[in-house]
Design a protein around this ligand. Structure first.
Ligand SMILES: NC(=O)c1ccc[n+]([C@@H]2O[C@H](COP(=O)([O-])OP(=O)(O)OC[C@H]3O[C@@H](n4cnc5c(N)ncnc54)[C@H](OP(=O)(O)O)[C@@H]3O)[C@@H](O)[C@H]2O)c1
Length: 326
């Protein structure tokens, strides 16, 4: 079971991870510094970052402004992620040090392997062949994990975890780990709840974090006719009862079931509103009604076009995660 203390999930390391954090994917460099400042002023103490988002230096400026205004570094939980092109064990430390430099930090609270699917090592984050296909690197995730453990030993990161791994891949890491994964970050929103994987993690004392908790309406590959949780009639009905928005209900749903949640926004009013979810409690029937909205709609799946058809990207990768049941 996940232990909750106040508005935090407790990791197996004993560290407290705030249940609501600020997401930063797609937050443009010109906007994200302000977004981070606004969030920390509004009470957030958790920011989710990644090298591949291309904005860690600007996130770092926002963090610096907050620290300069008196917020203590040790009171803010900061996550980043190891990108696919640095899975080779000898590249892991350098990648982490670059992220620390960009963010202006001496340590991370949490460092995740972003995906189990490695890409060819090098400076190019999306290395492609002459036909435009991604070039893969099939470093076993367990080998990358051992290099992640050394980051903990070196004091560069306080905890390590996984993202976008399926249950079989997590089990493989757990069975071979000296330092167990503390967190799994995966997609979760009312239309793709991932509850079996979250339950699996609870059984292994791994805290789950829900990414794309609003259905990621600004994901680059979104199509107009795809389902939108924020337009859901049931969520609107529940939101009206509490004088909240459907977005706040999506966030509350996760936090109330002990899942950490990291909505992204660069809009100050939304950033503030997304944190205002601790002044009401959904009833058991409402939690069940939201659980019943699940429809297996995975919003955050990298895709590519083949012969005019959109198909999952990386499916031919040895470590593609999304073909397992969960
Ligand atoms: N590990 C991974 O592979 C992975 C994958 C995806 C995401 N993530 C992490 O999870 C975070 C969140 O996921 P996400 O960015 O995909 O999507 P999301 O948080 O589900 O949705 C973000 C979108 O919702 C809008 N929004 C935010 N608050 C709103 C509100 N109160 N009302 C209406 N619209 C609102 C935002 O608009 P504005 O910004 O314009 O306000 C933005 O367009 C990411 O930013 C990233 O940190 C991790």
């Amino acid at each position: 079971m996940t232990t909750i203390e106040g508005n935090n999930a407790v990791l197996h390391t004993g560290a407290k991870m705030p249940l609501v954090g600020l997401g930063t994917w797609k937050s443009k460099p010109g906007q994200v510094e302000t977004a981070v400042k606004v969030a920390l002023e509004a009470g957030y103490r958790h920011v989710d970052c990644a090298a591949v988002y291309g904005n860690e230096a600007e996130v770092g400026q926002g963090l610096k402004a907050a620290f300069d205004s008196g917020i203590a570094r040790e009171d803010v939980f900061i996550t980043s992620k190891l990108w696919n092109s640095v899975h080779k064990p000898e590249l892991v430390r350098g990648a982490c040090e670059q992220t620390l430099k960009d963010l202006g930090l001496s340590y991370l609270d949490l460092y995740l392997i972003h995906w189990p699917t490695g890409f060819k090592a090098g400076d190019d984050k999306f290395p492609r062949d002459a036909d435009g296909n991604l070039i893969y690197d099939e470093t076993p995730p367990v080998d990358t994990w051992k290099a992640m453990e050394e980051l903990v030993d070196a004091g560069l990161v306080k905890a390590i975890g996984l993202s976008n791994f399926n249950s079989l891949q997590i089990k493989e890491v757990v069975e071979n780990a000296r330092i167990k994964p503390a967190v799994l970050q995966i997609e979760s929103h009312p239309y793709f709840q991932n509850t079996k994987l979250i339950d699996f993690c609870k059984a292994h004392n791994i805290v789950s974090t829900a990414y794309s908790p609003l259905g990621s309406p600004d994901r680059p590959w979104a199509k107009e006719d795809e389902p939108k949780p924020l337009d859901d009639a049931k969520l609107k009905e529940i939101a009206e009862k509490y004088k909240k928005s459907p977005a706040q209900i999506c966030i509350k749903f996760q936090a109330q079931r002990g899942v950490v949640v990291i909505p992204k926004s660069v809009t100050p009013a939304r950033i503030k509103a997304n944190f205002e979810v601790f002044d009401f409690t959904l009833t058991d029937d409402e939690m069940k009604a939201i659980a019943a909205l699940d429809r297996g709609f995975r919003a955050c799946m990298p895709t590519k076009e083949v012969d005019g058809k959109v198909v999952p990207r990386d499916r031919e990768h040895k470590y593609y995660p999304f073909d397992a049941e969960f």
